[in-house]
Structure formats: structure tokens, C-alpha cells
Design a protein around this ligand. Structure first.
Ligand code: TYM
Length: 339
């Protein structure tokens, strides 16, 4: 199947569960901004239906949904250039998600490493939604015939599953209807690690706030967290190879390079031989420089929730203009009667 008949279109989403982290910013939002106006139609979503796969307090869920929207807007997503909305306002996501539940195979779901990590030894007690989640994610993407999905490394397997679902649907119904979407996983910060343990991903849900930078952290918190970030006693090496087997050091170099739009090699060239006493304050200053304007703007936006809701509502109308015809055609292909 050729992918050329599809309009170059980007779709991506972020769950409103807990606050946004530096991992979300560097692995996702900053890159979403970069793809805006770069030859793609861009559609960005706050995926609230995904958030409820684990318990969410209803009032907090609404606030978290607005906060992710504020994070997108404050970072530079322009609701005129991109479609920005929350998933629950476009019911077609859930409908296509159901159809894909009937296309995806249980064996495929059993291979999803993120489910295994999240469910852990508690797999019998988690929601059925958490298990089926990747097929809803496939629906999010394919409902717009999206050709490109920028995500962090942790979502790669889910985008690959999306391709499997599209291919099986096309094959089963003998159509060339859904594109085989490409994941876009590029740059130095595709897996930002925990500041206290360089072998674990930085996440919203980690136990200690010291392990992550939140997009809403103030300058003091950012400086303190980088100062206390775990490192080894060695100074920075002369070449990037010297960071092999030094996960915490590598992570800080990668964060610096992504924040400053430079390669990790260029960071090493600048700081070769530097101790942490020099590198950590430079990193903290850079992070404050880049993140403070965003957190200030997020705070301003969060003081006007009606305006955020208006932006999301308008985005949902535009999203449905693309989604509704694609869902209708899907129903016709599957043989679901509409009279
Ligand atoms: P979520 O909400 O966990 O994360 C949102 C985005 O942030 C990236 N990310 C990271 N990148 C680098 N380092 C990190 N430490 C880090 N933590 C998070 C994620 O890779 C992701 O790109 N299932 C998705 C949401 C989703 C989605 C979609 C994404 C639902 N439908 C359709 C793309 C397309 C999720 O839970 O992301």
C-alpha cells in the first residue's frame, strides 16, 4: 500500500493525569510546536478518555484537562494553525475505538510492555479500559488518517500496534482505507529519565517530586532539583562515548541539548572536563530560562478557564469535521447500517 494518497497529517495526544513534566515537554510538546506549519496539518489532543483508564477524581480531571491545554498553548501551539481539543468532545474516538477492539487481537494486547509495567502484579484488578487502551490510541490516530505521530520512545510500541490494526482492517475488508502511520521519534530527549535514577523514565506518577521537573515548577524548584539530581563522581568526558554506562550523566547532557536545540556532541564539546559544580548550575539556568515563560503563561491561562474551554470547544468542532466522515465511511465498510 502506498501512503501517498493521504494528506500529510500529524496527530498526537497527552493524558491529563497528574501534571506535565519536562519529559512531556521535550519528548512531545516542544516537537509538536516544531511540526506546526512545517508542511503538515497538525491535530493535538488532550486525551481525557485515556486518563480514566485509572481512577481520576472528576473535578481534578477537568482541571488537569485544562492544564494540559494550557501547557500546549503556553508552549506555542497556535489554535489557528493547529486543531487543539479534548478527546471526550469528539465521540467518534470512542466509536472507532470499539471497532478496533474487534480488529485487534488479544495476543497483540498481551505483548504491550506499558500495560505490563502499569498493571504489574495487579493485572487482575486493573480496568478493562487500561488493557484496551492501545486500540483507543489507534482510533485517535486513524480517525484522522494521520500519517505521522510524534511521540516519546515509550509510545513507540503503541504506534506500531496502530499500524498492525490499520493493516488488518484493510486486509480483512479488502480496502486501502487506513494509512500505515509512521511514529516520529527523533532528537536527544525521546526518553527523559528520572533525576534520582537514570535507569527509570521521568513520569508524572513517580513517588517523589524530586525525580521530575514539572512544567509548573518555579525557578527555585528547578534549580534545587537539578542540584540534587543524582550523578556519578566523574567530570563530563571529552567525547560522547565516555557517557556510555553513565545513565544519569547522559540524561543531564541530553536534557541540556534538547532544551538548547543543540546536539549532545556539541554540549560535550562545550563542557568537556567540567565538573557537576559547573554543569548543573548552567543546566538549571538554561531550564529556568526556557521553562519560566511557559509556566508564567500557563498560570495566566489557568486563571481564565472559560477561555480554555472555548478554544477546546472550537477545536472539537474542527476535529469532528475530519473525524465524522471517516467514521461514517468506516461504518459503511464494516457493514453497520445507518438509515
Ligand atoms: P502520555 O500522556 O504518557 O505522554 C504524552 C507524551 O509525552 C511523552 N513522554 C515522554 N517523552 C520523553 N521522555 C519522557 N520521560 C516522557 N514522558 C512522556 C510520551 O511519549 C508522549 O508522546 N498513550 C499516550 C497518549 C495518547 C496518544 C494518542 C499519543 C493517546 N492517544 C495518539 C499519540 C497519538 C500517553 O499515555 O502519553
Amino acid at each position: 500500500m502506498t501512503e501517498t494518497k493521504f494528506t500529510p497529517r500529524v496527530f498526537s495526544g497527552i493524558k491529563p493525569s497528574g501534571g506535565l513534566t519536562l519529559g512531556n515537554y521535550l519528548g512531545a510538546i516542544k516537537r509538536f510546536v516544531g511540526m506546526q506549519g512545517a508542511g503538515f496539518e497538525t491535530i493535538y489532543c488532550v486525551v481525557d478518555l485515556h486518563a480514566i483508564t485509572v481512577w481520576q477524581d472528576p473535578a481534578e480531571l477537568k482541571t488537569a484537562t485544562r492544564e494540559v491545554a494550557a501547557g500546549y498553548l503556553a508552549s506555542g501551539i497556535d489554535p489557528e494553525k493547529s486543531i487543539l481539543f479534548n478527546q471526550a468532545q469528539v465521540h467518534e474516538h470512542a466509536e472507532l475505538g470499539w471497532i478496533f477492539n474487534c480488529v485487534a487481537r488479544v495476543g497483540w494486547m498481551n505483548r504491550m510492555t506499558q500495560f505490563k509495567d502499569k498493571a504489574g502484579s495487579n493485572a487482575e484488578k486493573v480496568s478493562l479500559g487500561l488493557y484496551a487502551y492501545p486500540s483507543l490510541m489507534a482510533a485517535d490516530i486513524l480517525l484522522y488518517h494521520a500519517t505521522h505521530v510524534p511521540v516519546g520512545e515509550d509510545q513507540k510500541q503503541h504506534v506500531e500496534l496502530t499500524r498492525d490494526i490499520a493493516a488488518k482492517f484493510n486486509h480483512d475488508f479488502k480496502v486501502d482505507f487506513f494509512p500505515l502511520t509512521s511514529p516520529v521519534i527523533e532528537g536527544p530527549a525521546m526518553r527523559v529519565m528520572n533525576l534520582r535514577d537514570g535507569t527509570k523514565k521521568m513520569s508524572k506518577s513517580g513517588e517523589s517530586d524530586m525525580e521530575r521537573i514539572n512544567m509548573t515548577d518555579d525557578a527555585d524548584a528547578i534549580a534545587k532539583k537539578f542540584k540534587k539530581a543524582r550523578t556519578d563522581p566523574e567530570p563530563l568526558p571529552e567525547t560522547l562515548d565516555g557517557l556510555k554506562d553513565r545513565p544519569e550523566a547522559r540524561n543531564l547532557v541530553d536534557i541540556y541539548s534538547a532544551l538548547n536545540d543543540m546536539t549532545p556532541e556539541a554540549v560535550i564539546a562545550e563542557y568537556a572536563g567540567a565538573g557537576w559544580g559547573r554543569f548543573k548550575p548552567a543546566l538549571a539556568d538554561l531550564a529556568v530560562d526556557k521553562l519560566a515563560p511557559i509556566s508564567t503563561e500557563m498560570e495566566r491561562l489557568m486563571n481564565d478557564p472559560a477561555e480554555i474551554d472555548r478554544v477546546l470547544g472550537r477545536g472539537a468542532v474542527r476535529a469532528r469535521e475530519i473525524a465524522a466522515p471517516i467514521l461514517k465511511q468506516t461504518y459503511d465498510i464494516v457493514g453497520l447500517l445507518r438509515s
